[in-house]
Design a protein around this ligand. Sequence first.
Ligand SMILES: Nc1nc2c(c(=O)[nH]1)N[C@H]1C(S)=C(S)[C@@H](COP(=O)(O)O)O[C@H]1N2
Ligand SMILES: [Mo]
Length: 421
Amino acid sequence: MTASDDDLAAGGGLLHRRTLLRGGVLAGGLGAAFAARAADGIGEGSPETMRVPGAPFSGYGVPAHWRGDIKRSIGAVPDRPGTGASRTPLERLEGTITPAGLHYERHHNGIPDIDPAAHTLIVHGLVKQPLVFSLDALLRYPMHSRAAFVECAGNSGGMIAPQPAQTTAGGLHGLVSCSEWTGVPLSLLLDEAGVDPRATWLLAEGGDAAGMSRSVPLWKCRDDAMIALYQNGEPIRPEQGFPMRLLLPGFQGNMNVKWLRRLKLTVGPTFTKDETSRYTELMPDGKAREFMVEMGVKSVITRPSFGLNMQGPGLYEISGLAWSGAGKIAKVEVSADGGKSWAQAALNGPVQDKALTRFRLPWRWQGAPSLLLSRATDEHGNVQPKRADWLAQYAPGQAYQFNAIAAWQVEAGGGIKHAYA
Ligand SMILES: Nc1nc2c(c(=O)[nH]1)N[C@H]1C(S)=C(S)[C@@H](COP(=O)(O)O)O[C@H]1N2
Ligand SMILES: [Mo]
């Protein structure tokens, strides 16, 4: 059943990504209960669920109650329950699309309850013709669907701490989620309004109590920006910006303004409170880098990871997520020996532009301590940096857009700790 030594791709038992695990992971013997379980038809020995009728239909389904513990972890500001963030439990999910109810949330002043019939989107400023769109009007425009991740600029920022925090993959990196978004390409609305040639940026404003506002370069608005109205096929959730949000694939989460109400074409950036008090990075020479709009190339092993202990030596699949704000993932390498040797993981296609990509690699764990790492490269040749190299780019304490290589220490007993490589 086990792969042969010919299948070894790197140290620590990493197998070639195309290794066929013939016979499976657990080829156990057939016990006495097997005959009853394998009997044809419904009879005395059939499970209870085959002998009584099942539950009725429901208007809107919910996840299996057996898995009711798969939840976002909430970190809100004390006394301000709508301010803070909740994180996607990455280590409990598979595939690449985040269920809407588990999409991470980041609200600066709670979730507004917006009446879609009363809401409008205004396009004004340096345009030939200012326009006001109702939701019904927007719903008549040609739409487009695409997968895209949204990632908070503060995601994984905890990894700047001197000691690795002992928490889950979601707890560390769960401010990223991926959905299939459907909406109206922003370029259509800009063409209709007629952009004045002097305009090179626009100001996007949300209709929440934070009045979250960000300046967006016009090239992005004309490239792949969208007024998103649907998320995974259903109307966008209140937490994600109902009735509409600005979707800027690959850009910092905060620029994807939720509850979008206004777009103002401007000569340059507006320097709003949200982009001067936050989202700039202090450099070692004391200067600040601003408008670092694009998220870096990154990957995280979600299984095995903290909280999901090993079940004894044997075959496992290492599974994780990779993404880049610049485009598609080109490759992900995995190491089981702390970076001494690397094997290339399989990318579970289709690999999509600025969307989460699942990577997989078979691993024969022999019960020895192993330091698991993953390193992603995108189609433009951007490579995930080492933690020390990432930290050296900026002044001490900077944490936005942290995309360094993350590590899990698998201990001899099968426990898993967060570690730095
Ligand atoms: N109007 C408005 N838009 C907003 C925010 C907000 O508080 N208000 N938070 C921003 C931040 S910081 C992030 S990371 C993303 C989070 O999007 P999500 O809650 O759909 O995951 O929305 C951004 N858009
Ligand atoms: Mo954010």
